[in-house]
Design a protein around this ligand. Structure first.
Ligand SMILES: Nc1ncnc2c1ncn2[C@@H]1O[C@H](COP(=O)(O)OP(=O)(O)OP(=O)(O)O)[C@@H](O)[C@H]1O
Ligand SMILES: Cc1ncc(CO)c(N)n1
Length: 270
């Protein structure tokens, strides 16, 4: 049998937690990479027992196991862009930050998963401090939601002007580009995101999608940004394309389980 070599394909790495319900975390990331025709590789940080109703248990992997997965991918396959998701504890954040620093990852998207859109804290306080001080300054783009942006900026966020002020303040602390996401905002700001890269301030608008199936929106957005960077897009066009994609995925939300179903990363062309 003759084998036909695959054409070159962009490769992305996700360093994230597993969601047993399949809606967020690395399951969302890998599906999003695939839809973007990017080969997905992964380093699991923690295993969540999770469904559409919530998280019932979280088990962390040892930081050495996280690093070994990153090394296994880097030493053989390589990758064009990286994203981080739920890093859970200080030791895992520190290990990932050290890897990012040593390797000098230039296309690093940090989704600072700390607080869910409903306001529940997902990682411990030491991990929050480590993310803010050690990992975020190494990233190219950070994608905090409303509550994460409040923690990172120290500002209360109620209005579009507050989102802009928070994006600017986070940029001045870390020097990377910032996308403050508006999924947890109300009124006219619901579903509106603010981008600031030190040069350009942009408001990314969509019509808010009226659905309760929004689980995994943040992971899906940051994975789509990472896939677009792996494909060679510049940061702002990667973010704009990802915003379009997550809006489409929200329109295709899955009515599964008894709670908040996942967005449908699906099988549509991007
Ligand atoms: N109902 C909606 N309509 C349109 N866009 C939305 C809606 N909900 C969220 N978004 C968009 O989805 C993206 C993710 O934002 P969100 O604030 O929900 O992130 P998150 O809290 O990290 O998500 P997650 O639910 O995965 O924790 C942003 O671009 C946001 O504007
Ligand atoms: C594993 C995992 N990562 C990220 C989130 C945030 O949506 C989640 N709920 N679960």
């Amino acid at each position: 049998m003759t084998s036909i070599a695959s054409p070159t394909i962009p490769i992305a790495l996700t360093i994230a937690g597993s969601d047993s319900g399949g809606g967020a975390g690395m399951q969302a990331d890998l599906r999003t990479f695939a839809v973007h025709r990017v080969h997905g590789t992964c380093a699991v940080t923690c295993i969540t027992a999770q469904n559409t109703l919530g998280v019932t248990r979280v088990d962390a992997l040892p930081p050495e196991a996280v690093v070994a997965q990153i090394d296994a991918v880097a030493d053989d396959i390589g990758f064009d862009a990286v994203k981080t998701g739920m890093l859970l504890d200080r030791a895992i954040v520190a290990a990932v930050a050290e890897k990012a620093r040593q390797a000098g990852w230039s296309k690093l998207v940090v989704d600072p998963v700390m607080v869910s859109r409903t306001g529940a804290q997902l990682i411990d306080d030491d991990a929050v401090a480590a993310l803010k001080n050690h990992l975020l300054p190494l990233g190219a783009i950070a994608t905090p939601n409303r509550y994460e942006a409040q923690i990172l900026s120290g500002l209360a966020i109620e209005t579009l002007d507050d989102m802009k002020a928070a994006a600017e303040k986070i940029h001045h602390h870390s020097r990377h580009a910032v996308l403050v996401k508006g999924g947890a905002m109300s009124g006219n700001c619901h579903g509106v995101d603010v981008w600031f890269d030190g040069d350009r301030l942009e408001v990314l608008q969509t019509t808010a999608v009226n659905t309760r199936h929004t689980h995994g929106t943040g992971c899906t957005l940051s994975a789509a940004i990472t896939a677009n960077l792996a494909r060679g897009n510049d940061p702002l066009s990667a973010v704009k394309a990802a915003k379009k994609y997550v809006t489409e995925a929200l329109h295709r939300g899955l009515n599964i389980g008894n709670g908040q179903g996942p967005v449908g990363q699906g099988d549509f062309r991007v």
